[in-house]
Every structure is written in structure tokens, then in C-alpha cells.
Design a protein around this ligand. Structure first.
Ligand SMILES: [Zn+2]
Length: 172
């Protein structure tokens, strides 16, 4: 009995390892250049719930950068619905990041980006009221709690929540 269960556990472990389940998550940074401060908003009725909306005064047209190194996997324009103009970057270990409501994009599918490389500008496209960046971090396509610089961001406490975050993306 003991031998059997040990063998089963080893098989499960091998499967999990081959699926990349234990690959370390990339250390995501804010999708803005070093030292910029942006308001992060999370709320109960945000779609999807674990996404964050990032904004600052006169933010429209500001540069959006890659949260980690990766390869551009989607560059799409949904017109005046949903994400509007958006970009998805694939990272190591099944992780990806999404950047939505862009005013413009400056990358194409297959482009390799270093952490901090520009991919577009903040806009108000799609289902958006006021310029902001809608940002998601996903693992194998499933949204995860967002981390910047290794720390989980603050999430809504029932009413919706604003917190200021300072970018450490590609700081010298
Ligand atoms: Zn949003």
C-alpha cells in the first residue's frame, strides 16, 4: 500500500512539473516607466474582478510598458466595446499580461519585449469612461491577483478602492 501511494504521488508530481505548474511567476512590475505614480482601482463589479484600472491626471497618451519580458501574442481592436484596443504579452511558465483601452499600440504579434519596453499608449477605447489602463495578469488563461514588484495590490473592501502605486519597472 505504501509503495503504491508513493509511486502515485511521484507520477502526479512529474505531470505537474511537465505542465510547468511549479515554474516561478515572473516578477511583474507596473506597466509604466520607473517612478511614475498611478492610481490603481479595484472594485466588486469590475469585469473581470481581479483586474486593476490604472489612471492619473492627464494620463491619456502616456507610454504603457511590458510588466515583464515576453512575446506579444495578441494585438486587437474590438472597436467601441469591451477592451477596445488591447495587447496581450505571453511570459514564462504559462503567465500572460493584458493591457486594454489603449489609445495606440506600437507592437505586433511575435515581437519580443524586455521588461519595461513600450507596447502602446494609455487611451479610452472600448467600453471605457475616461482614459485609463485596464490591466490583467493571467496564469494559463485564468486571472490571478495582481502583483507589482512581488506585492499583491490592494483589493476592494466592498465599496471599491483606490491606492497609489509607484512603478519600479526598469529602474536603474
Ligand atoms: Zn477595467
Amino acid at each position: 500500500m505504501i509503495r503504491t501511494s508513493v509511486r502515485c504521488a511521484a507520477a502526479v508530481l512529474a505531470l505537474a512539473l511537465s505542465a510547468g505548474a511549479f515554474a516561478a511567476a515572473p516578477k511583474f512590475q507596473m506597466p509604466f516607466p520607473c517612478k511614475q505614480v498611478w492610481h490603481g482601482n479595484t472594485r466588486e463589479n469590475h469585469s473581470p474582478k481581479l483586474a486593476v484600472d490604472l489612471s492619473r491626471a492627464n494620463g491619456e497618451g502616456d507610454k504603457v510598458v511590458a510588466a515583464a519580458k515576453g512575446t506579444v501574442s495578441k494585438v486587437r481592436n474590438l472597436g467601441n466595446r469591451s477592451y477596445g484596443k488591447y495587447v496581450v504579452v505571453d511570459h514564462d511558465g504559462g503567465w500572460s499580461t493584458l493591457y486594454a483601452h489603449l489609445h495606440s499600440y506600437s507592437v505586433k504579434v511575435g515581437d519580443r519585449l524586455a521588461q519595461g519596453d513600450a507596447l502602446g499608449t494609455v487611451g479610452n477605447t472600448g467600453n471605457s469612461e475616461g482614459a485609463h489602463l485596464h490591466h490583467e495578469q493571467l496564469l494559463n488563461g485564468a486571472l490571478q491577483k495582481i502583483k507589482f514588484d512581488g506585492r499583491t495590490i490592494h483589493y476592494y473592501d466592498g465599496r471599491g478602492r483606490y491606492t497609489d502605486y509607484k512603478s519600479a519597472n526598469r529602474c536603474p
